[in-house]
Write a protein that binds this ligand. Sequence first.
Ligand SMILES: *Cc1c(COP(=O)(O)O)cnc(C)c1O
Length: 418
Amino acid sequence: MRAEISAAEAELLLQATIKGELPDTRGRFGPFGGRYIPETLVPAFERLEQGIADHLHTDSFQNDYRRELREWVGRPTALSHAPRLSERWGTDVWLKREDLAHTGAHKINNAIGQALLAKRLGAKRVIAETGAGQHGVASAAACARLGLPCRVYMGAVDIERQAPNVDRMLRLGAEVLPVETGDKTLRAAIDEALREWVTDPDGIYYLLGSAVGAHPYPYLVRELQSVIGHEARQQIIEQAGGLPDVAFACVGGGSNAIGLFYPLVGDADIELIGVEAGGTGDGLGQNAATLATGTPGVLQGCYSIILQDEHGNVQETHSVSAGLDYSGVGPEHALFQAIGRVKYISATDSEALEALEELCELEGVLTALETAHAYAAAKKWSADNPGKRILIGNSGRGDKDMPTLTKYPARTRSYAAT
Ligand SMILES: *Cc1c(COP(=O)(O)O)cnc(C)c1O
């Protein structure tokens, strides 16, 4: 069952989005979002909400944030034309290079922004959760930069799967806490981090890694990641001579996608397409295609679309890319789907692996496995839309994926032969 939104209501919600009026005062994006949390967490969330209102859009905060993005993260990241891929696909392809950002993905935009906010709020230390480890690494780096002690909760299963990232976090001065409860992966790590936050909401800042969770996190993360779309919009006008016909981004929790899409939603002629992990098949548990196959429900404090069985039990997910392996998705994406502004589709593990190979060989860019899902979908779209201009959010680099990739033999020779 999906929340039904009439055409008139959808238009109002789209206009509200464009005017920057969402989320509303209750943290809602239309029917989605909000804050479904236990009483014990209310003071911590209220304090954060007040802190954002007091600081985020002040000149003083924005000056600090922009300086860190420029001098430490390496922004603006490049917009690269992809001439050989364009020739192969028959479209005009442009890549927004978040892989060139410090620590290798878009996650650092959010981590350094929230770490700056933590300082403003007088926090003594930071806690964070991580699944694959990328957000943990970004948080550890941002905290080291600002001299904040950092503790990262990570599921015991993920610690085993992602050993190199654990080592990176430790070297960056963070403490990594194994989580043995629940599913021992990302969901359990978030629960444990929230549990610790309750014990000292004034002294601890909880640095959440995607555009998910209870209000105000989906809003905060969108505001910090929107730098991607603002830069890309300006760059593509300057370099390509106009706006794209379509923009693609991969969607896990949805932070890189909301960062690229949000500044483009008002451009009615740009089609926006989010790409989820189609895994190995359509069955529950075989993928992480939340918006494509899920149903409305509450997960980790937020009403959105989630993967659950008919009894409301949240389902495990599967994807070859650890960063897309999550059973929920940000509430603003649920809204964009419901009002028809963004289309959400999926690409399978093998389609993503194939797309990664093609991009590597034709453009010299080893993209992240997460990002490769966006390429797989963009390639299919190209077949039906020759000559169109495509913008792809290249959310991160694939160096971290080498242990996974070595399990699949390189196929570059077969591409070279075509
Ligand atoms: C973590 C990650 C993602 C997925 O997270 P979102 O919040 O959906 O952006 C996508 N790409 C890369 C490279 C990542 O590291």
